[in-house]
Design a protein around this ligand. Structure first.
Ligand code: NDP
Ligand code: MG
Length: 374
């Protein structure tokens, strides 16, 4: 029996992780949960699931709920916890990730921003604590599974699939007036609003290119992106003899969440089985980097290293906030990220304070972009 802590339990991934825990009482017990701003939803969840430890961002009077950043880091490193599901969104997940890895936990990681920004610091924490990092992001879970079929030196390339988002068929000029409501309507997955927006700008795929490089230690040259609108093939690995291993399933995040928790075992899944015969078509296209420059910027940042991936992420996080509050347009998101990257003076990231400083600088530059635009 494994004790599970779900950090970011009120979110899209967090709730699906709860489903997985509930579906397997023989394997998992819910030990801890955390949330940030949704107080009523969190208290209802705590009442229903009755974990041992609940952590919120601020005090909740007349309850046993712990609060604040230190309480969150303590839950991530709690000696009672075996598996941490990291379902917090944004760079806010970086400190809890380091805390869990240094304490030697298995981390089932959905959050990609912390991997993109954390770089070598994450590797170091993994080495120090002797923990395990298991991907939840569907593409990375697919690559992880496909990589089990050959040796590392036999790998020709990793092929990440992308749905292309809701605007895959639109021309660039048609994207200018996209509203937040249109941007978060994802064609194949139901997800939190920030990652849904990232899927529409292709920032999500850019982040995933860097995430894959971090997780599997391959350079950008070995990572390719293919648009695959049906989201049935979750990603592939091409080996040097020309064989391509692919991972297919229904688009249900409970599957990769569960696999990250049960690996190397597999357990029956709450997800529906894949009915390939009911699938009319599986199609693949090369991405158009001119229409969606977010992807090209990600490859450039990966190559440049240092603080560039941190700025790519931080600028995008800030631009997403400004887009949702109506202060930036849809195309301004990638333009403001490019603006921040152009002005950032790149340097190596030695520690957490370097990373947080680069993140802060990225956000400041996006605010500057917004002011000059308005
Ligand atoms: P949601 O926005 O639905 O949920 C985010 C969760 O994190 C909520 O529980 C939220 O709490 C909590 N949270 C938000 N900000 C903070 C903070 N500053 N400190 C601590 N906790 C915080 O996001 P998703 O579930 O969609 O995504 C979570 C992560 O997983 C992201 O990194 C995303 O890229 C990744 N991912 C998601 C997929 C999906 O299908 N949704 C697929 C693949 C990856 P509260 O609600 O109380 O504010
Ligand atoms: Mg993904």
């Amino acid at each position: 029996m494994k004790n599970v802590a779900i950090l970011g339990s009120t979110g899209s991934i967090g709730r699906q992780a709860l489903d997985v825990v509930k579906a397997h009482p023989e394997l998992f017990a819910l030990y801890g949960v955390s949330a940030y701003s949704s107080e009523a939803a969190f208290l209802a969840l705590v009442e229903e699931a009755s974990p041992q430890v609940a952590v919120f961002s601020r005090p909740v009077p007349d309850t046993d709920v712990r609060w604040g950043e230190q309480a969150l880091l303590d839950l991530a490193a709690d000696p009672q916890v075996d598996v941490v599901v990291l379902a917090i969104s944004g760079i806010a997940a970086l400190k809890p990730l380091l805390s869990a890895l240094r304490a030697g936990k298995r981390v089932a990681i959905a959050n990609k921003e912390s991997l993109v920004c954390g770089g070598d610091l994450v590797k170091e924490a993994l080495r120090q604590g002797g923990g395990e990092l298991l991907p939840v992001d569907s593409e990375q879970s697919a690559i992880f599974q496909c990589l089990q079929n050959g040796r590392r030196d036999e790998v020709e390339k990793l092929i990440l699939t992308a749905s292309g988002g809701p605007f895959f068929r639109k021309q660039r000029e048609e994207l200018r007036d996209i509203t937040p409501a249109e941007a978060v309507k994802h064609p194949t997955w139901s997800m939190g609003r920030k990652i849904s927006l990232d899927s529409a700008t292709l920032m999500n795929k850019g982040l995933e290119v860097i995430e894959a490089a971090r997780l599997f230690d391959f350079s950008g040259k070995k990572i390719e992106v293919l648009i695959h609108p049906q989201s049935v093939v979750h990603s592939m690995v091409e080996y040097r003899d020309g064989t391509v291993m692919a991972n297919l399933s229904t688009a249900d995040m409970r599957l990769p969440i569960q696999y990250a928790m049960t690996w190397p075992e597999r357990a029956p899944s709450p997800a529906k089985p894949l009915k390939l015969w009911a699938q009319s078509d599986l199609s693949f296209y090369k991405p158009d980097m001119d229409r969606f420059p977010a992807l090209r910027m990600a490859y450039d940042c990966l190559k440049a290293g240092g603080g560039c991936p941190v700025v790519y992420n931080g600028a995008n996080e800030r631009a997403a906030e400004l887009f949702f509050s109506g202060r930036l347009g849809f195309l301004d998101i990638e333009e403001s990220v490019a603006y921040a990257l152009d002005r950032f003076r790149n340097q190596p990231m030695h520690d957490l304070s370097d990373i947080l400083a680069a993140d802060g600088e990225a956000r400041r530059l996006v605010d500057e972009f917004q002011v000059t635009r308005s």
